[in-house]
Design a protein around this ligand. Structure first.
Ligand code: ZN
Length: 496
């Protein structure tokens, strides 16, 4: 290892270690922290963010990057320098004052959003959202872009992606989804949801959550599972990955799929090479690739017939006698109900992506000024009606439903749909490479799939950009086709 490269890696590892302290505080904030500690915690987080930004934008880091000629480095270090350069270029372009103002405004706006949603009062949130949109436009001006202003923000979540590419992908996806959704809804016999009035003790749900997380390979020696209002996964560092789910005594599938989703994220974090911790080679490729791992386990595996054929007896026994009169196939139908609905996080696999397409289009329109924040509720409701054929009854169930804009997360939503598309395309490849995959899933043996994901995705970190990773694994660029094929064969042709 050359001396400048070693020094650069040493410096970025320190920034990452500081960031991991923030991750522990963030986990604590969303689990066990007393409410009265909120402002103390905000100060702690702000000082860590400021120190991290100072360390990363230190002139020495810039000098080291300039001094390193990528063409003379091996593939791994060259990829590392490429990604450090990308993040550093961006960090130095955004002035410290803007970073601090965004942190301050979005930290307050999240509380205001929560209140506005609870009171169904958009007017309360409106001035804050206007301020955030203004600040994000300033950030875009600082960062710069070649084609769409959206690209400047998207790059932070999905390196290398651009709005033009998303528009193409999403248009193709929407064109396929609309008729498919109508066909599936028309065909389905309504699942009997009355059994969700029965009792499903939380202790039994907890046991099943731990069981399924262990079964897919989540290492509890290097991780934890806890509960929270809004489930998430945080990879704090090697040997420490925390996943969270939520328990409702009437909705056992909510905690089960929540755990499986977060365990998918957790497996990715636990599969990153520990020796590269804190550097791009030890960091997930992108938000979209991360989401592909959670959705692959939650939907492609957790909601498939083979899985429930094998797992249902265990599930039924855990809650006996609540499910004694239910068959695996009835239960599969309940886990796969398709119906257009108002709330994104409750949406089924088929209509979910329409929620994302709506948000992506509105984000573009807000950032370019085509839609003013004041007109957001009306525009949201009109477009929602067109896409879903549903009337939005109030803003709490309309444009106020998601937290993302209050923390300034413009550019984040598309990564959910990218995750779904990547998951389907990766599974197609996994099926080709793993004969007997569905028999193994039926037996509850997930080890070969976990190993395949580890070897093909997790261990690479950011060695390859998402587009290149997809090409290497599947032999093709990302396309909506595998996802649409998957939905068709699952919901219309009764495949696994
Ligand atoms: Zn996720």
């Amino acid at each position: 290892m050359s001396e400048p490269y070693a020094e650069l890696i040493g410096r970025v590892k320190e920034v990452a270690t500081l960031g991991s302290c923030g991750a522990v505080l963030g986990w604590d904030e969303r689990t066990f922290m007393p409410a009265a500690a909120a402002s103390t915690r905000a100060d702690q987080m702000a000082i860590l963010a400021k120190l991290g930004h100072e360390m990363f934008t230190h002139p020495r880091v810039g000098d080291l990057i300039v001094s390193l000629d990528s063409t003379r480095l091996d593939e791994g270090p060259a990829a590392s320098v490429r990604e450090i350069r990308r993040a550093h270029d961006r960090a130095v372009k955004v002035p410290k004052e803007l970073v601090e103002e965004l942190a301050r405004v979005t930290s307050q706006a999240q509380g205001i959003w929560q209140e506005a949603k609870a009171k169904n009062n958009f007017a309360l949130f409106r001035p804050w959202l206007e301020q955030i949109v203004r600040l994000k436009r300033r950030e875009i001006d600082c960062v710069g872009y070649a084609d769409s202003p959206y690209d400047a923000l998207l790059d932070e979540y999905e390196p290398g992606a651009c709005a033009a590419e998303l528009k193409g992908l999403f248009a193709e996806l929407a064109a396929g989804l609309a008729p498919l959704a109508a066909q599936i809804v028309g065909r389905a016999t309504p699942a009997d949801e009355s059994l969700f009035k029965r009792e499903f003790p939380v202790a039994a749900q907890e046991r099943l959550s731990r069981d399924i997380a262990t079964a897919v390979g989540f290492d509890f020696n290097a991780g934890r599972l806890d509960s929270t209002a809004h489930p998430f996964c945080t990879g704090i560092g090697p040997g420490d990955c925390r996943i969270l789910t939520r328990y409702n005594p009437h909705r056992p599938l909510e905690s089960f799929f929540g755990t499986l989703h977060e365990a998918g994220h957790g497996l990715y974090e636990q599969g990153l090479p520990a020796e590269h911790y804190g550097t791009p080679l030890g960091t997930a490729a992108s938000f979209g690739i991360h989401e592909s791992q959670s959705r692959l386990w939650e939907n492609q595996i957790g909601r498939c017939r083979a899985f429930w054929d094998g797992y249902f007896p265990k599930f039924r026994a855990a809650f006996a006698p609540a499910l004694d009169d239910v068959s695996p196939s009835q239960f599969w139908s309940l886990a796969n109900k398709v119906r257009p609905s108002l709330i994104r996080i409750d949406a089924d696999e088929v209509t979910y992506n329409l929620h994302i397409i709506l948000r992506f289009e509105l984000e573009l329109a807000l950032l370019t000024g085509e839609v003013a924040v004041a007109d957001l509720p009306v525009t949201w409701n009109e477009r929602f009606q067109k896409l879903f054929g549903l009337t939005v009854p109030d803003d709490a169930r309309g444009c106020l439903q998601d937290i993302h804009w209050s923390f300034g997360g413009f550019g984040y939503f598309p990564t959910y749909t990218l995750g779904n598309l990547y998951a389907a395309q990766f599974m197609e490849a996994a099926e080709r490479h793993l004969p007997g995959l569905w028999d193994a899933v039926r037996r509850g043996d997930f080890s070969n799939l976990t190993l395949w994901l580890r070897n093909n995705i997790h261990r690479h970190g950011q060695r390859y950009r998402p587009a290149e990773l997809c090409q290497r694994i599947t032999g093709r660029p990302l396309s909506p086709k595998p996802f649409l094929d998957y939905l068709r064969s699952k919901f219309l042709n009764g495949a696994v």
